[in-house]
Design a protein around this ligand. Structure first.
Ligand code: GLN
Length: 312
């Protein structure tokens, strides 16, 4: 993994970052107390091409917790362990049109709407193979590390903070347990989910992780196959329709690439067959997406004509 100062792509990332650096709308998330302590001025932008080259601008090596950007990757692991049909029996694939912590479940099946909102992600993380919560957490950490191409670690302080204050997620999990879409010991399942959200990554990691999805499941830096091509495709499809929560429609309209955001201020973008992007900037708009992250992705998409629906 190497930065390449002086080349045109790095210059473009620098340009986008400098243009948006003074945009100071939004606030970092504070409902997880530990997240509120972050420096709001941190701003990094990375792109990983499918030849494994990583381009970087700004704070791209500062660690932060992955939060909801873990969700597509854990969905991929659940797909690898059970296949699409079995996973779909427990979690849907429809945009919820609601916030990331929405409490709505499907009326008859009790399934959460999709794996990109908290309820769905609690289910997919419970589906990752392993004997007990410790083994499942270990497989998730190994899996995320394989996507990133380096060994990742958990931020124990953020994990403790999430666990201590995660009553809404706890309530969601008990509702799903009651509806039959979440099985097993609820507190254990929640601990696995909170740990996956507390994995530390950098902006460059996010670029490589999304490049791995964009490349059909092969990490372009290590050359390792992490998931099957069809599972990478399923994940990108659900990211495209559900990855930005109730801003997913607007995002598809204006940016036009599969993406996932998290409350730490991270956004990951994957353009199939092309590259992965990681953006990190903690202040969020009201839907929980990074303000500068959204603006940066708009600019990059426009400047290069990257919208997936573009005909020419
Ligand atoms: N850990 C956070 C939560 O469960 C993740 C939410 C997010 O990033 N949108 O509330």
């Amino acid at each position: 993994q190497q930065d390449r100062p002086g080349d045109p792509l790095t210059a473009l990332l620098d340009q986008v970052r400098l243009r948006l650096r003074d945009l100071d709308d939004g606030e970092p998330a504070s409902y997880i107390p530990e997240l509120g302590r972050v420096d709001p001025d941190l701003f990094g932008l990375s792109l990983c091409a499918l030849d494994g080259q990583v381009y970087a601008s700004g704070d791209t090596t500062t660690p932060f917790t992955v939060q909801s950007v873990s969700k597509p990757f854990v969905f991929a692991l659940a797909l690898a362990d059970h296949g699409l049909e079995n996973v779909l029996a427990r979690v849907g694939a429809e945009p919820s049109g609601e916030a990331f912590n929405s409490i709505r479940l499907e009326p008859v099946t009790g399934r959460p709407p999709n794996p990109m909102v908290n309820a769905g992600a609690i289910v997919t993380s419970s589906l990752v193979a392993g004997d007990g919560p410790d083994e499942r957490s270990a497989r998730i950490l190994e899996g995320l590390s394989a996507f990133a191409g380096r060994p990742l670690k958990v931020d124990e302080a953020v994990f403790a903070s999430e666990r201590a204050t995660g009553d809404r997620n706890r309530a969601l999990a008990y509702l799903m347990h009651n509806a039959g879409s979440l099985t097993g010991d609820v507190e254990e399942q929640l601990a696995v989910y909170f740990r996956q959200c507390s994995v530390l990554v950098t902006c460059e990691d996010l670029a490589v992780m999304h490049a791995t999805l964009a490349g059909g499941g092969v990490n372009p830096v290590t050359g390792d196959r992490v998931v099957a091509p069809r599972h990478a495709q399923h994940v990108l499809a659900v990211m495209a329709t559900c990855g930005m929560y109730d801003a997913s429609g607007q995002w598809m309209l204006q940016v036009g690439m599969p993406a996932k955001s998290g409350v730490s201020g991270a956004i990951g973008v994957a353009l199939p067959g092309q590259f992965g992007i990681g953006v990190f900037s903690p202040p969020l708009e009201e839907k929980g997406n990074s303000v500068r992250g959204i603006a940066a992705c708009h600019l990059i998409s426009d400047q290069f004509g990257l919208h997936l629906m573009r005909a020419t």
